[in-house]
Design a protein. Structure first.
Length: 550
């Protein structure tokens, strides 16, 4: 077995799930054998990743409908559900970034896709019981984080199949079309909640107390709603996808030399994913307010603590061949480019997933209410706005735009260089964030906030567009700077840290809305983008850059 076989050798035609000889940089091998196998794995990977994003992100839509149905939770408590799902998904990405080397691509994608059945079914069950305590819903939000973790292993897997010259395009397709899971979820969930999807066994409907909506407009209060279908609907795609992953994908032995048999591989994945829940739960217990937690930590302490604990648990708890595999992967932390590209990927993917999680409920709270002063001149934010835009008719558009342009970002970066593309989109995002903050401030102080909605939506589309292009350009840069052995783990690690945006954005935006200053959240984002603009220039674009790209 060799990854450096002479390019003049006759092209090998691998058979079976495990591929021993893999030489994508060898043009003859690629054209005769590699291309067919690589693209087959890519086309199966995409819908599997899409479902992962859908299950992970579904609480952004579910919380809006819980508010419309009158579930007995405050707006702040509902924001914690999206935040918990966000941080769980981010934490799960840390071990998931090592899965491919330890367990193999086919084994990993099959099992992690099949694992999504548990939070999908569990969410469907708890949503039938509005009287259940908040912790039951928080547990399901935590469990749905498995879907977020799948991104790291999926991207690490696909990066091993393609030559460097096609990394931007391949990773852009996998991530971009996979990211459509957010949009798909935001379109599908409102639709399936309008019908008794599973008949009698699917449970009874709830009655809308406030107007809701779907892609085609408003759904009036008083309508029957099967909110539990938000979870149950994914069973119909996850079951056949699991089978497709098992029978259609491959393990690359040059990338994953010591996977063991499938049972051993599955045990590694399950063990490491289970370990990852420990620091996530501990951190949330310290961070969340009573009665769920102790409320001792700020978010800015909680996130680094969660990352450090997750890495420590993995390092200490790994044993056997896992221990050696994890040790080798930890080598990426000694490279300064791992850290610079982590920051840049927070700008792009962190923004994309964070805004996707926070936007629906933010739209509901800001534009669904008429903000008027009381007799003492104190601003009130409780009166229903009769002219409010239908949140669920618009919330899907931003993630759709961001996901749609991601492959384009990878393709452009293959042509002109990833760092120059990242530089341009970061300028756009900084300016758009300032503008969004200003518009939110105006809307939150208006009795007729709907007047500001078209401009608000347009600016957010610009943010999603720029973040989508930047997702592709940053991953292209990683493919250029790191060799094949390191690129996969770096892709996984950067995506893991950036995924904390799904926790940061709902918390920051929710806190600032509660404080009456929603603009400060976006002004803060703009400052971060400006700092990363300098970082990208220093590392990759200045005359004496560490790696000129271009």
């Amino acid at each position: 077995m060799s990854t450096t076989a002479n390019s003049t050798a006759a092209p090998n035609r691998p058979h079976g799930a495990d591929i021993e000889d893999w030489r994508p940089e060898d043009e003859a091998f690629w054209e005769h054998t590699g291309k067919r196998i690589a693209y087959r794995n890519l086309w199966i990977s995409i819908p599997a990743l899409l479902c992962g994003f859908a299950v992970w992100g579904m609480w952004g839509i579910i919380t809006v409908q819980m508010l419309n149905l009158g579930f007995p939770f405050t707006q702040a408590e509902l924001f914690t559900l999206t935040a918990i799902a966000g941080i769980a998904g981010a934490t799960m990405r840390i071990p998931a970034s090592f899965f491919i080397r330890l367990a193999g691509g086919r084994n990993t994608i099959f099992l992690t896709t099949s694992m999504l059945l548990a939070p999908a079914i569990g969410t469907g069950i708890v949503l039938q019981h509005p009287e259940w305590p908040l912790w039951a819903f928080q547990l399901m939000a935590l469990w749905s984080g498995v879907g977020g973790g799948n991104f790291a292993s999926s991207m690490s897997n696909i990066s091993g199949f393609f030559p460097k010259r096609l990394q931007g395009t391949a990773l852009g397709l996998n991530a971009g079309l996979g990211n459509f899971g957010v949009t798909t979820m935001q379109i599908v969930i409102p639709v399936v909640m309008t019908v008794p999807l599973l008949g009698v066994i699917g449970g009874a409907p709830e009655i809308l107390q406030k107007d809701s909506g779907w892609i085609f407009g408003k759904i009036a209060a008083g309508t029957e709603t099967w909110i539990q279908n938000a979870g149950f609907a994914w069973v119909f795609s996850l079951v056949p996808l699991g089978a497709l992953c098992w029978f259609g994908m491959n393990n690359l032995k040059p990338v994953s030399p010591h996977t063991g048999n499938p049972i051993v591989a599955f045990s590694k994945i399950t063990y490491l994913y289970t370990l990852a829940f420990v620091p996530a739960i501990f951190m949330l217990w310290l961070y969340l307010p009573a009665p769920t937690g102790l409320g001792l930590l700020s978010m800015w302490v909680a996130i680094p603590l969660d990352i450090v604990l997750a890495l420590t648990v993995m390092r200490l708890a790994a044993f056997g061949d896992m221990k050696e595999g994890v040790k080798k992967q930890f080598a990426i932390f000694r490279d300064k480019h791992t850290w610079s590209l982590t920051a840049l990927y927070i700008v792009t993917f962190g923004s994309f997933i964070g805004f996707s999680m926070a936007l629906p409920l933010s739209m509901k709270v800001i534009f669904g209410v008429s903000h008027v002063p009381d007799a003492n001149g104190i601003m009130q934010h409780t009166a229903v706005n009769p002219n409010a835009p239908t949140v669920l008719a618009y919330a899907w558009i931003g993630p759709f735009v961001g996901a749609a342009v991601r492959p384009i970002g990878g393709w452009i970066s293959d042509k002109v260089g990833g760092s120059i593309v990242t530089q341009i989109i970061t300028v756009v995002m900084a300016a758009a964030s300032v503008a969004v903050g200003y518009v939110m401030m105006q809307a939150y102080g208006s009795a007729t906030p709907e007047e500001y909605f078209p401009l608000f939506l347009g600016l957010f589309m610009l943010l999603f567009f720029a973040s989508g292009i930047g997702n592709g350009s940053t991953f292209r840069t990683i493919g250029v700077i790191f060799d094949r052995a390191q690129a996969g783990p770096v892709l996984g690690w950067t995506s893991a840290v950036a995924a904390y945006g799904a926790f940061v954005a709902p918390v920051v935006i929710g806190e600032q809305i509660k404080a009456g200053t929603p603009q400060l959240a976006f002004y803060g984002f703009a400052i971060f983008y400006a700092l990363c603009l300098v970082l990208n220039w220093w590392f990759y674009l200045r005359r004496d850059a560490y790696v000129k790209n271009p």
